[in-house]
Design a binder for this molecule. Structure first.
Ligand SMILES: [Zn+2]
Ligand SMILES: [Zn+2]
Length: 259
């Protein structure tokens, strides 16, 4: 059994075949998944999907790419929306200097509000970080100093130092299909150093399909391929990595029930 800790089932790519896709995930051994919010203003669409499928849970938050459009969303709004039983995480929020460097200030403001919501609710913050290692490490260090909060460095593709800081501060590190790409030796070396009890796997579907589906549309059932490579990296069996990442997911997403 595996858990896809991060996918986007509300995206239009999946509209026509969401039932099939959830069924295929189950057949592939992906028992549960967390569909991730990218706009609080479209949260209804995400939560509807989580309500429809017993084994789908969700988050609430603003993706850094949309941070400048949701500066009117405060910590209290986020906290209130987590009252729904299927909401098991905050985010995804963070810093993306690769695609939206011009939105850095809005992203930082949004990130700190999401951190406050994670601290207040005890739900993990799903962090998106791209080309922003130094700022992200500084904010995590400073904010954790003001009060610990659970978090996940999702779709990890940053440098070894940020992974190390994340682990030291008590966070989880989630690996996507990028781990399976031929040129990802550096990332595999980082994964080798992450403690077993902090590892998660995800698809980030519809993006970043793992080998052998690279370039195609991704879906939750493909997380099996990322888990297989992670098992190789850690020198354990596929069954072991499945057990470990699943236990980690339930510990991290502490509000998520086993269905
Ligand atoms: Zn992301
Ligand atoms: Zn995402």
């Amino acid at each position: 059994m595996l858990i896809d800790s991060h996918c986007h089932l509300d995206f239009p790519d999946f509209e026509a075949e969401r039932d099939d896709l959830v069924a295929r995930a189950k057949e592939a051994g992906v028992a549960q998944m967390v569909t991730i919010s990218t706009r609080v203003k479209k949260f209804n669409q995400v939560v509807e999907i989580a309500e429809k499928y017993e084994n789908v849970f969700c988050s609430v938050g603003t993706h850094p790419g949309n941070a400048d459009e949701e500066l009117d969303i405060g910590t209290d709004d986020l906290v209130r929306l987590t009252e729904h039983p299927k909401v098991v995480a905050i985010g995804e929020a963070g810093l993306d200097y690769h695609y939206q460097p011009e939105k850095a200030e809005a992203q930082k403001t949004g990130l700190r509000r999401h951190i406050a919501a994670a601290r207040q609710t005890g739900l993990p913050l799903v962090i998106h970080s791209r080309d922003a290692d130094d700022d992200m490490a500084a904010i995590l260090q400073q904010e954790t100093g003001e009060g610990a909060f659970p978090f996940i460095l999702h779709c990890f593709s940053s440098g070894a130092d940020l992974a190390k800081t994340g682990v030291e501060l008590g966070g989880y590190v989630s690996f996507s299909g990028i781990l399976t790409f031929k040129k990802s030796d550096d990332l595999r070396a980082i994964a080798a150093d992450v403690p077993m009890d902090r590892l998660l796997v995800e698809t980030d579907a519809p993006y970043l399909a793992p080998t052998p589906y690279r370039g195609k549309r991704n879906e939750p059932s493909y997380v099996v391929n990322t888990a297989r490579v992670l098992a190789e990296v850690k020198g354990v069996s596929e069954a072991e990595i499945a057990d470990i990442t699943t236990e980690n997911a339930f510990r991290c997403f502490s509000k998520m029930t086993r269905v």
